[in-house]
Design a protein around this ligand. Structure first.
Ligand code: NDP
Ligand code: OXD
Length: 313
């Protein structure tokens, strides 16, 4: 019996090594070097090619090596086995660091100070208090709730938006299409931590940017996205940034990754770009979670953090 490591665009070796160190008695195999496909029971996967998982007829469960599972569910022929995703303090902490860093960067007007610095200008800007600024978090899941909690402790006002009704301490919560308008109208810094699903694809377009609070203390709204790139309509985003509908953006995810060389986003001076690196999956940290999942499943216990395929996350 074996555990398969199969990933596209990531180096599988550190994953196999980390897993082997916490599961020394298991046989770990790395795709495509699989001598006995019938022996594969579990697979750790990132962005597998469509259809490839059907080569393993005795698969019992798939472990997505990311929190998002759009990289799996895009495969219409995915085997009908359980899918568990990453929910882990290491990944959550990394994402909260990125989100909080970006919120503070815009809130503290660091891009403008950098411009002054380049010109050797000693000039201070009017600085609103955090409490005057409302951060609106789209997606009140594992990642959205943790970021909101830290932002609350920094003093920001908070709104949140989810699919179903949620109660989150210190966050004014809205949900569904009916709650979107009110959520957006009071938001100064919009943070997207949504999964990519058929409902969220292309959700964030000019109609969303136009509804954000335009007369807030920062002089205009800011957009931050670490959810998925295909949730944002990039042509609308570029137009909103050029037209000062948005005063700035921080983007970790893009419609096409790597972000094409000719994307206008590269040259906008009010945009911060990171290469889908907000919260990397760490083999060392996450192998413990995978090991616990395999051991629980072998012992007949249910897997944690199961994905609902119909819902898409
Ligand atoms: P969760 O599944 O825990 O939370 C998802 C949240 O989004 C839930 O609050 C859910 O609502 C909400 N949601 C889903 N669909 C809709 C919808 N149609 N309308 C409104 N709200 C919706 O996910 P995580 O917090 O763990 O992760 C979120 C995403 O972050 C991942 O799917 C992935 O795409 C991205 N990610 C990006 C990384 C990076 O490095 N850039 C790293 C890790 C994750 P409800 O509460 O009602 O279910
Ligand atoms: C994830 C990611 O979903 O890295 O975890 O994007």
């Amino acid at each position: 019996m074996s555990i398969l490591v199969l990933m596209d665009g990531w180096n599988p070796a550190p994953w196999a090594a980390a897993l082997q160190s916490v599961l020394p008695d298991e046989q770990i195999v790395i795709y495509p070097d699989v001598a006995d496909p019938d022996a594969v029971e579990y697979a750790l996967v990132w962005a597998p090619e469509s259809g490839v998982l059907n080569r393993f007829p005795n698969l019992k469960a798939l472990f997505s090596l990311g929190a998002g599972v759009d990289h799996l569910l895009r495969d219409n022929s995915l085997p009908e086995v359980a899918i568990a995703r990453i929910v882990d303090p290491d990944l959550t902490g990394r994402m909260s660091e990125w989100v909080v860093a970006q919120v503070l960067l815009h809130h503290r007007q660091q891009l403008r100070y950098l411009e002054f610095q380049k010109k050797s200008l000693w000039r201070d800007l009017e600085q609103p208090a955090a409490a005057e600024v409302c951060v609106g978090v789209m997606g009140l899941g594992e990642l959205g709730r943790d970021a909101a909690d830290i932002l609350h402790r920094l003093g920001f006002a908070l709104r949140g938006w989810s699919r179903t009704a949620r109660t989150v301490p210190h966050v004014s919560c809205f949900n569904g299409a009916d709650g979107l308008d009110e959520f957006l109208s009071g938001t100064d810094i919009l943070v997207c931590l949504l999964p990519l699903t058929t409902d969220t694809e292309a959700l964030i377009d000019n109609t969303v940017f136009d509804r954000l609070r335009s007369d807030g203390p920062l002089g205009g709204p800011v957009f931050i996205n670490a959810g998925r790139g295909r949730i944002q309509v990039e042509a609308d985003l570029v137009a909103a940034l050029r037209g000062k509908v948005l005063i700035g953006a921080s983007l970790d995810v893009f419609e096409v990754e790597p972000l094409p060389q000719d994307s206008p986003l590269w040259s906008l001076d009010n945009v911060i770009i990171t290469p889908h690196a907000a919260a990397v999956s760490s083999p060392k940290a996450l192998s413990h979670l995978i090991a616990r999942q395999v051991q629980a499943h072998r012992a007949g216990q249910p897997l944690a953090h199961l994905v609902d395929r119909a819902r898409g996350y």
